[in-house]
Design a protein around this ligand. Structure first.
Ligand code: F6P
Length: 357
């Protein structure tokens, strides 16, 4: 008999349910008896002892369902050692829930912040196995996270829609794509959607280079230009600021996001109108695509295998097309970014895509 706690933490994404289903199905099909405790709304549920008992029927019919059946929330790692508003020690409270329920292990699904806390719990002596979720694909130790491919599909479709209207009106369009501080999602969606210019945080842009790329398209007879801007895109000038100075700039800016700043500058320099589209959380919503359904199910099944073997303190990741276990200490606190010299960037440039550099 294994007593297993499950929780999903941080921003949601597609295939969280598929991954949990994978874990539970693989355990049940192994013949192991399991008792399942689903903590509600991420680490909050673990801190405040809020959970519900689950059985195999709870995992039926959820392969295709977006979001998370357990709910989620963000409990920032930087506040995890601080007592809550009632003086409760959050780390001790999480340990208390774990020991009170006599859990054999916790299965934690999350991204960067989640992994810092998961590692802390593992260091505190709890048995933890994690699964890598995020549309940003910025988690260290895995080539791929689930949610990413589904978000790429949605973002691509958005760019496809913008293409037709941009063509009709001969307009310059900016589509702002999520991805937090990294460019995997904007780059992949941008390439799939045939964007002409892609601005990602890893390659700071020069506004004049963007205008040059627009002019070049015009000279070649193109009526419109599609620019994909990562939500974390940064200009060469701003990239020279200290972290503190850049934060101050963002806090005082009049623009709702970087795309609007870029749009205004392009309008001034070209005299042409620029439209901005921000699909936002749509990118995290809805059903997982077929890739993510399979991928998350596989990772879940492998997590089940680790639990059966009693191998704890690992994230189940994906490296060089193989599913691997990665020590949590190696994952926590590191950000995976795109290498500006990566083959995919060079190939995109060969296709004529400008990165504004
Ligand atoms: O990490 C996933 C993500 O969707 C990022 O792409 C985005 O920057 C952020 O979460 C948005 O966070 P929230 O849902 O808290 O607005």
């Amino acid at each position: 008999m294994k007593r297993i706690g499950l929780l999903t933490s941080g921003g949601d994404c597609q295939a969280l349910n598929a991954a949990m289903r994978g874990v539970v199905k693989s355990l049940v099909n192994s013949g192991e008896q399991v008792e399942l405790f689903g903590f509600l709304d991420g680490y909050k549920g673990l801190i405040y002892g809020e959970y519900r008992m689950l059985d195999i029927s709870d995992f039926s019919g959820i392969l295709t369902r977006g979001g998370t059946i357990l709910g989620t929330s963000r409990v920032p790692f930087k506040t995890i050692r601080e007592p809550d508003e009632n003086g409760k020690d959050k780390v001790e409270a999480m340990k208390h829930s774990y020991y009170k329920l006599r859990l054999d292990c916790l299965v934690i699904l999350g991204g960067n912040g989640t992994h810092k806390t998961a590692n802390l719990l593992s260091e505190e002596g709890l048995n933890v196995v994690t699964l890598p979720k995020t549309i940003d694909n910025d988690l260290w130790g895995t080539d791929m996270t689930f949610g990413f491919q589904s978000a790429v599909d949605i973002a691509t479709q958005t760019i496809d829609y913008i293409h037709t209207t941009a063509d009709s009106h001969g307009r310059i369009f900016i589509v702002e794509i999520m991805g937090h501080k990294v460019g995997f999602l904007p780059l992949n969606a941008g390439m799939a959607g045939g964007a002409d210019i892609i601005l990602i945080p890893e390659i700071p842009y020069d506004i004049d280079k963007i205008v040059d790329a627009i002019e070049l398209r015009k000279q070649r007879g193109a009526k419109f230009t599609i620019i994909v801007v990562a939500e974390g895109a940064i200009s060469k000038k701003d990239a020279k600021l200290s972290k503190k100075e850049y934060k101050e700039k963002l806090a005082n800016t009049k623009y709702p996001s970087v795309s609007y700043e870029i749009a205004e500058k392009i309008e001034k320099k070209t005299g042409k109108e620029v439209r901005v589209t921000v699909p936002g959380h749509i990118q995290r919503g809805g059903a997982p695509d077929s890739y993510d359904r399979v991928f998350a199910s596989r990772l879940g099944a492998e997590a089940g295998k680790l639990i059966l073997k009693g191998e704890y303190g690992f994230m189940v990741g994906y490296k060089n097309r193989e599913i691997v276990k990665v020590p949590l200490a190696d994952v926590a606190g590191k950000l995976k970014m795109l290498d500006p010299d990566a083959a995919i960037i060079k190939e995109a440039k060969m296709l004529g895509i400008s990165f504004g550099d």
